[in-house]
Design a binder for this molecule. Structure first.
Ligand code: GLP
Length: 241
């Protein structure tokens, strides 16, 4: 694993954005695995800026997102499709029909997961998979559990995740309790994994993921098994490493 240490959130975002930009420049038809959450926003802002400046071209890029809340429509401002549109897709020259997010409106969980697995299969492994990390070590919405689940599946979100994500909703009750998420095999199939972390409240998860045992109790620890992982983090998130 390579660690890119930024002194603060802004520097971490720049270091991480450079890694993504290099992938796009070296292969304009690349597949980007993308993530939501507050941490990658700074990185997306940098990509948008470089696109505006003519340095980065998204016209041939394909993207696959990690996850989506079950029950939220794309126009719901808390859905991950909405997040991706507003933070990246609507701001760069990407073809919207080349961007994929699990369908949160599909009530049939088996169908939603099978449909997304088919898309992932067709698109092929990501050239780079961007990840954030939850305070409990979750990646995408792969929550702590007894096993690493290989493919797209529906998840019951943990109390910790619901509580952490409630900051984006008016009330705790409004936070969806279920989500669809890409599985661990798909994440590990990415050629490069770029994980971003910022702030003291991520320090324990970052420590457990990379210095603790490989265990589904800390889902991000599976990344110890990948041969090309870049951790871009700020001083606070690295304070226990
Ligand atoms: C959500 C997302 C994850 C993300 C996590 C951390 O649970 N499903 O992909 O990594 O939040 O988000 P944040 O970066 O806001 O701390």
């Amino acid at each position: 694993m390579r660690i890119l240490r930024g002194k603060d959130y802004g520097e971490m975002s720049l270091l991480a954005a450079r890694i993504m930009a290099a992938k796009i420049l070296s292969n304009p038809s690349c597949v980007l695995g993308l993530a939501t959450g507050s941490t990658p926003i700074g990185l997306y802002d940098k990509l948008v800026k470089w696109n505006e400046e003519g340095i980065l071209d998204f016209s041939k890029v394909t993207t696959v997102n990690l996850d989506e809340y079950k029950g939220l429509t794309p126009d719901n401002d808390q859905s991950y499709r909405y997040f991706m549109n507003t933070h990246l897709f609507d701001r760069v020259n990407i073809r919207k029909d080349h961007t994929f997010v699990p369908d949160g409106t599909e009530k049939d969980e088996e169908k939603a997961c099978a449909d997304y697995n088919r898309i992932l299969e067709e698109v092929g492994p990501a050239d780079i998979q961007l990840l954030g990390i939850g305070r409990n070590g979750h990646i995408g919405f792969n929550e702590p559990g007894d096993a690493f689940i290989p493919l797209t599946h529906s998840v019951q979100l943990t109390e910790s995740t619901i509580e952490a994500n409630s900051r984006f909703f008016a009330t705790l009750e409004e936070v969806p309790k279920k989500a669809y998420t890409m599985g661990m095999k798909t994440i590990l199939n990415a050629k490069t994994v770029l994980i971003v972390a910022s702030g003291k409240d991520k320090a324990q998860a970052v420590h457990d993921a990379f210095e603790g045992p490989v265990t589904p109790a800390c889902p991000a620890s599976v990344l110890q098994l990948h041969s090309d992982v870049v951790l871009a983090a700020d001083e606070d998130a690295l304070s226990l490493m």
